[in-house]
Design a protein around this ligand. Structure first.
Ligand SMILES: CC(C)(COP(=O)(O)OP(=O)(O)OC[C@H]1O[C@@H](n2cnc3c(N)ncnc32)[C@H](O)[C@@H]1OP(=O)(O)O)[C@@H](O)C(=O)NCCC(=O)NCCS
Length: 376
């Protein structure tokens, strides 16, 4: 066996994939060959989901059918028994824990649960993509002592999520912001959560199990959980005037600054500029420009001092917070989008499957003689 290994699998290629291309030196991200910079201008989250799963942009007819399926109440609504289950959970359960639990429970209600054919996995992927926003919004309302709002099939996935949270028709800017955020988070090659989902799928396990693996990996602060930690940092900094000194002290204390650095990008993450723009526009609309000002100062100092650059998690939370969304919902929102990528990768894994089973370089004891307990 080769003794060459890289801690954290850095730069190790573990498989081929046709879904997503990252150019870490130029700061480019392509889904199926299409640059996200173009997709955020011209496309919609629903179209991007189609692209990721099918490999091509849809015809008008195919897109209409796809949107109809994703938006239908039949696919979006939660089984009533699941809502009863949610009501039993302690109110302190975090939205990400509820999402992990809820997605696992949804498998029990899914008619295709045990069928791993491409057709059945695609049907399950449509349902999960449609149900996850309903689950996240339902928990947000239940924990505030409110009744969940039924999904509205006339609204896009982005608009409907904002509507289900507040019960009010979302503004065009809120819908557009959400749609762009969903497009930007939809896939990112072999990131930790996608790899976790693929490892699960490669045992020939089912889509729901793979997505639960993905959610578990996304939750951590080094991955999707970073967007929540960024907002906690903004809350500690409090005002733009305090940002420069605060971040310099954090760097001097050798703190890890959330929302910066990346395993693949050596320049600014191409998604960050779009999220900054949206956070800035929304902030102006609601009369709170301080989040973006704080983050701009933090970005300037961290980039100057450490030569590490903003990633996708730096500005997304500032946009969501301007919409009044609580901080612990940020990572579930990331998951509501990334489910599209996870599902695309499960379909690809199942189409050319081989069990993923790496090795470890053993650094433990040499063979030892067992010592009976009375002689230890
Ligand atoms: C994303 C991340 C986990 C990548 O980690 P990685 O590829 O394993 O890189 P390392 O943790 O080995 O970091 C390499 C060096 O850069 C520094 N570094 C990387 N990210 C840093 C950050 N956010 N803040 C401070 N220092 C950082 C490390 O301290 C290390 O310095 P050293 O060589 O002097 O010890 C890392 O950049 C990070 O923790 N970022 C913050 C969390 C985050 O925003 N995650 C979301 C990613 S999209």
């Amino acid at each position: 066996m080769s003794s060459v290994f890289k801690e954290g699998l850095e730069d190790i290629v573990v498989s081929t994939s046709e879904i997503c291309f990252i150019d870490g030196r130029e700061g480019r991200l392509l889904y199926r060959g299409y640059d996200v910079d173009e997709l955020v201008q011209h496309s919609s989250f629903e179209e991007v989901v189609y692209l990721l799963w099918n490999g091509t942009l849809p015809s008008r007819k195919d897109l209409e059918a796809h949107v109809k399926a994703l938006n239908s109440t039949a696919n979006r609504k939660l089984p009533p028994k699941l809502v009863t289950m949610l009501r039993q959970l302690p109110k302190k359960t975090t939205p990400m824990e509820v999402l992990r639990t809820g997605v696992s429970a949804l498998a029990a209600f899914d008619p295709d649960a045990a069928d791993n054919s491409r057709e059945a996995t695609t049907r399950k992927a449509i349902r999960l993509t449609a149900q996850m926003p309903t689950l996240v919004a339902a928990w947000e309302r239940l924990r505030r002592g409110k009744t969940p709002v039924a999904p509205n099939p006339k609204l896009s996935l982005a608009g409907n999520f904002v509507y289900m949270l507040s019960g009010k028709k979302p503004t065009d800017l809120a819908t557009k912001t959400f749609d762009v955020a969903l497009i930007l988070h939809a896939d990112h090659e072999f990131n930790a959560s996608t790899f976790a989902a693929r490892v699960t799928a490669a045992t020939l396990s089912d889509l729901h199990s793979a997505i639960v693996s993905g959610i578990g990996a996304l939750k951590g602060p080094l991955h999707g959980g970073a967007n929540e930690q960024v907002m906690r940092m903004v809350e500690q900094i409090k005002t733009p005037e305090r940002a420069d000194a605060w971040i310099r002290k954090a760097l001097a204390d050798k703190a890890r600054i959330m929302g910066f650095g990346h395993r693949v990008y050596r320049v600014e993450d191409p998604r960050a500029k779009h999220l900054r723009r949206l956070a800035s526009e929304l902030g102006k609309q609601v009369g709170n420009t301080s989040y973006v000002k704080i983050l701009d100062t933090v970005a300037r100092v961290v980039t100057e001092e450490k030569k590490i650059y903003p990633n996708v998690d730096l500005y997304s939370g500032a946009a969501y917070a301007s919409m009044g969304i609580p901080t612990d919902e940020f990572t579930p929102i990331f998951a509501m989008s990334r489910v599209a990528g996870w599902a695309a990768h499960v379909l690809e894994q199942h189409a050319h499957n081989r069990l993923i089973r790496p090795r470890a370089e053993y650094t433990g004891h040499a063979r030892q003689q067992y010592v009976p307990i009375e002689r230890r």
